[in-house]
Design a protein around this ligand. Structure first.
Ligand code: GDP
Length: 364
């Protein structure tokens, strides 16, 4: 599955947010730096109104949403790349994530200690980015040393690795993250294998006060500007509100959101933004037993998409019967869509589109 690591300085609201996401008390929020010592892992349902609509039409007994994993990663401070505090553990945990949700404190509250003694989310973001860049530089140096012999021996893979590591090193030495390297198509795989921390896509999560959740504030505006300049994404959220909502029943939550002037829960926006950031999309399988959402990377072909359900589906793939989401809903289900000629037979070369309702035919 796809994993997003929640990072940020201590006391910015990571645990509060993670709690709300997973509705558990496992990640104890407390006004104390380093309260999250072990990484906490939570599986989160990806909200998607289309799935409910499909289930309603097909009268499916069960609804199974797509899932995404969030990891609450222990607090980071200046100097983490030097191994102070919980730094090393932190860096190892990030390495395993596909993307980073970087929580930034955008709320003022004298009762909640700020480790840097002031609220400035843009500088906070730089503090963490700097630590990640230093950690990358260190690991690059180590790796270059480790492959010296292989490179001399002309090992093709090692030569490619060295070239990519040096490219990353060059931008890092200019104070820029490794994601600014222009990577050729042929190098993409090897590049990802390097698992550099500053190549992970970033979503900035601006944690604002309860009464600022709808509009944001000057701090979150500054973050949005920074994110735009970096080609990163940002969302405004109030962790406190999300915490409250997570304890309510669905209809109560809707009323509460209305009172706050919010259209939907911030977490829904957050999860969707994470989904987009990772370049993911959804297809559906729909029947009387269950309506289910499946996660694939954008651009995935039909056989590989089938493989997400089961390896046999991919290996024995014959063809897919596909109905676009809009057709399925507009025509009122599979049978009417079929009669209207809107069920397409697609072969191995078909690239699955977001929202496709799929049936796979395969040789067992
Ligand atoms: P972490 O160290 O980043 O995991 O931060 P926590 O989630 O433990 O939050 C630290 C403290 O800040 C707790 O006392 C929270 O209740 C408080 N906090 C979190 N979000 C907000 C917020 O939006 N407004 C205010 N005033 N306090 C918050």
């Amino acid at each position: 599955g796809f994993k997003t690591g929640i990072v940020g300085l201590p006391n910015v609201g990571k645990s509060t947010l993670f709690n709300a996401l997973t509705k558990t008390a496992a990640a104890q929020a407390a006004n104390f730096p380093f309260c999250t010592i072990e990484p906490n892992v939570g599986d989160v349902a990806v909200p998607d109104a289309r799935l409910d609509k499909l289930a309603q039409i097909a009268e499916s007994k069960q609804i199974i949403p797509a899932r995404m994993t969030f990891v609450d990663i222990a607090g980071l401070v200046k100097g983490a790349s030097q191994g102070e505090g919980l730094g090393n553990q932190f860096l190892a945990n990030i390495r395993e994530c596909d993307a980073i949700a970087h929580v930034l404190r955008c709320f003022e509250d004298d009762d909640v200690t700020h480790v840097e003694g002031r609220v400035n989310p843009v500088e906070d973001a730089e503090v963490i980015e700097t630590e990640l860049m230093l950690a990358d530089m260190e690991s690059i140096e180590k790796r270059l040393q480790n492959i010296v012999r292989k490179v001399r021996g002309g090992d093709k893979e090692a030569v490619q690795q060295e070239r990519l590591l040096r490219a990353a090193q060059a931008v890092l030495e200019e104070g820029k993250p490794a994601r600014t390297v222009d990577v050729a198509e042929d190098d993409q795989k090897a590049w990802e294998m390097l698992q550099l921390l500053t190549t992970k896509p970033i979503l900035y999560v601006c944690n604002v006060a309860e009464d600022e959740a709808a509009e944001g504030n000057a701090h979150s505006d500054a973050v949005a500007k920074m994110a735009a300049e970096q080609g990163a994404a940002s969302v405004v959220i109030s962790a406190r509100i999300e915490e409250e909502i997570s304890q309510l029943e669905a209809d109560e939550a809707e009323m509460f959101l209305g009172e706050m002037g919010l259209e939907e829960a911030g977490l829904d926006r957050l999860i969707r933004a994470g989904y987009q950031l990772l370049g993911l999309q959804t297809y559906f399988t729909v029947g009387p037993k269950e309506a289910r959402a499946w996660t694939i990377a954008q651009g995935t072909g039909a056989p590989a998409a089938a493989g997400v359900i089961h390896g046999d589906f991919e290996r024995g793939f014959i063809r897919a019967e596909t109905i676009a989401y809009a057709d399925y809903v507009e025509l009122g289900g599979e049978q009417p869509a079929k009669e209207a000629g809107k069920m397409r037979a697609e072969g191995k070369g078909y690239v699955v589109k977001d929202g496709d309702v799929m049936h796979f035919l395969f040789n067992a």
